[in-house]
Write a protein of this length. Structure first.
Length: 206
């Protein structure tokens, strides 16, 4: 469990204007993210209509003065925000939708597996299949897990509690609660995060 209060964390955060990078020589340089249509793994990811999303909800560099390891992830569920810790007191902030399955989980986890274009396994549907049989939805741009999934397990017990950070075809849900999924991100942003982290990455969920 986390012993750092949420108030202390929020006290160390302040948003910067969206600029792709910040000015000091000590600041990390992060190229602007392309939200356009792209081909990936044999699938076409539609462009995100960024004019329909508040500027503060898109990926950006922000001050982050809390002492977490560089390249670790901090999720503040109440803010619908995921922070990737950079050097020099900064972080990359991504907006997330927090699903019901993720509510109430707080503590330290780690990424133990990543999957491009994951299939989604739904709960059994007794009216359509034999009771107890799960239904698998194939991967693709409209699949609920989107373009990438990062699967988490507890740092304390090593148990996989079913949590994951994953994409979504519903870009407009970024930055708010959502009825399904776990920690959902715009497909272009989950691809960006996926390329920056790996197995063993610390994930602190507040």
């Amino acid at each position: 469990m986390i012993d750092l209060s949420r108030r202390a964390v929020l006290g160390g955060l302040a948003l910067l204007p969206v600029s792709g990078c910040v000015s000091s020589n000590a600041d990390p340089v992060v190229e602007p993210l392309d939200y356009g249509m792209r081909l990936d793994g044999g699938f076409t990811i539609p462009a995100v209509q960024t004019e329909d999303i508040a500027a503060g909800q898109l990926r950006q560099v922000v001050p982050f003065m809390i002492d977490y390891p560089r390249d670790s992830i901090v999720i503040i569920a109440d803010e619908h925000a995921l922070y990737l810790v950079l050097r020099g007191g900064f972080a990359l902030r991504y907006s997330i939708a927090v699903g019901r399955a993720a509510l109430g989980w707080h503590g330290n986890a780690e990424i133990y597996r990543g999957q491009p274009w994951p299939d989604a396994t739904a709960a059994p549907l007794p009216t359509l299949v034999d009771e107890g049989t799960a239904v698998t939805e194939p991967a693709g741009p409209s699949a609920p897990l989107g373009a990438r999934a990062l699967y988490l397990r507890s740092r304390g017990t090593g148990a996989d509690e079913g949590l994951s950070i994953h994409g979504t075809p519903l870009a407009a849900t970024a930055g708010r609660g959502d009825a399904a999924g776990y920690y959902r991100m715009i497909n272009q942003e989950i691809i960006d995060l996926y390329e920056r982290v790996g197995e063993g990455t610390l994930v602190t969920i507040l």
